[in-house]
Design a protein around this ligand. Structure first.
Ligand code: AHR
Length: 334
């Protein structure tokens, strides 16, 4: 690597540390340096789930493969940390900013600052609401509305028989929803997708919906709460596998059989959820694909070269059903 580039990176890391309040305790800023290439500032929201860790690794590996210098910041689930990191990227004039917005709102000002500095911004994984769509170059990630719809479609099929037989003794199919992070586009999309499919089917009723913040520990805590509150739960719709694993633990502690006493639909498709599907503890796993690093870096390179990119790009995602030939599922790698 040229001395000039090395110097540029050292200064950049110094600025990132200052803006992001770096201290001996906060060691979230790291870099991947291969050789001379573009510099991309990457603001990730944290490490709340196996999905997230895989997503970060995917971006880091793709950057290393392409010789892209990645300045990575872990915002520890705080929007203000993300904004600070983005400001530091702007101060240094990175070539492109890539960020995963923890929530949809509150990005207009920092995006305007990036635009004023002539730095293109790529949004990934989670979507944003801004007054002016042209404040960012494009979005690449998964389709959370479709994920939620797929959950609804699975339930229509799974309960087709029971739906015909509901009577005064059992009037509803009761759903518990474990919501992701409040205000995040993925949680909103997943919730909306499910409701959209079930709205013509009043026999389905959501009796409980609370945010578990995509955390396994919160999934466990909420399960302890709703299992105490309700006796007649038919379905648990969990916005991610981490929370689902917490639910399974809580159910088994009570002697309940996940996937049998209560139908479980989960999103992400990490290996532990696929294993649970194979064991019959989960009934449907909807993939949310975290391995988007190559596409992200490719788009960042195009932006750095002054090209325009599509405003909206979704990556491929599968759905795994209990009735599939599960031996055909490739190891998930996370
Ligand atoms: O934004 C994607 C979601 O965030 C994943 O479903 C979840 O596991 C993660 O933490």
């Amino acid at each position: 690597m040229h001395i000039r580039t090395q110097l540029r990176l050292i200064i950049l890391l110094f600025i990132v540390c200052c803006f992001a309040g770096c201290s001996a305790q906060r060691k979230n800023v790291s870099k991947i340096v291969n050789d001379d290439g573009i510099i991309v500032g990457f603001s990730q929201i944290g490490a709340e789930s196996a999905w997230r860790t895989c997503n970060t690794r995917s971006v880091q590996e793709a950057a290393a493969e392409r010789g892209v210098q990645l300045v990575y910041d872990n915002a520890e689930q705080k929007q203000e940390n993300q904004i600070k990191a983005m400001r530091s990227f702007i101060a240094y004039q990175v070539d492109v900013i890539v960020f995963v917005p923890i929530v949809t709102d509150g990005w207009d000002n920092v995006l305007q600052e990036a635009r004023d500095a002539g730095i293109p911004v790529l949004v990934t994984d989670r979507k944003i609401h801004v007054e002016d769509q042209s404040l960012y170059a494009g979005f690449i990630g998964t389709d959370s509305l479709k994920e939620g719809r797929n959950a609804g479609l699975f339930l229509l099929e799974k309960f087709a028989h029971m739906r015909e037989q509901l009577d005064e003794g059992k009037e509803y199919i009761n759903i518990v929803e474990l919501f992701g992070t409040e205000g995040s586009s993925v949680a909103i999309g997943r919730a909306e997708g499910l409701r959209e499919v079930l709205k013509e089917h009043p026999e389905f009723r959501i009796i409980y919906s609370k945010s578990g913040d995509f955390l396994r520990s919160r999934g466990y805590e909420l399960a302890v709460e709703f299992l105490d509150m309700y006796e007649d739960i038919d379905v648990i719709f969990s916005h991610n596998d981490g929370m689902t694993l917490g639910v399974i633990e809580a159910m088994e502690e009570r002697g309940l059989r996940p996937g049998k006493d209560i139908v479980i639909v989960t999103i992400d498709a990490q290996q532990a959820a696929i294993d649970a599907l194979i064991e019959g503890k989960v009934n449907c796993v909807i993939e949310c694909n975290p391995k988007t690093g190559r596409e992200i870096i490719n788009l960042a390179e195009r932006l750095a070269a002054g090209e325009s990119i599509p405003q909206l790009q979704y990556v491929h995602e599968d759905v795994f059903y209990e009735t599939d030939d599960l031996s055909l599922i490739e190891p998930r790698g996370y």
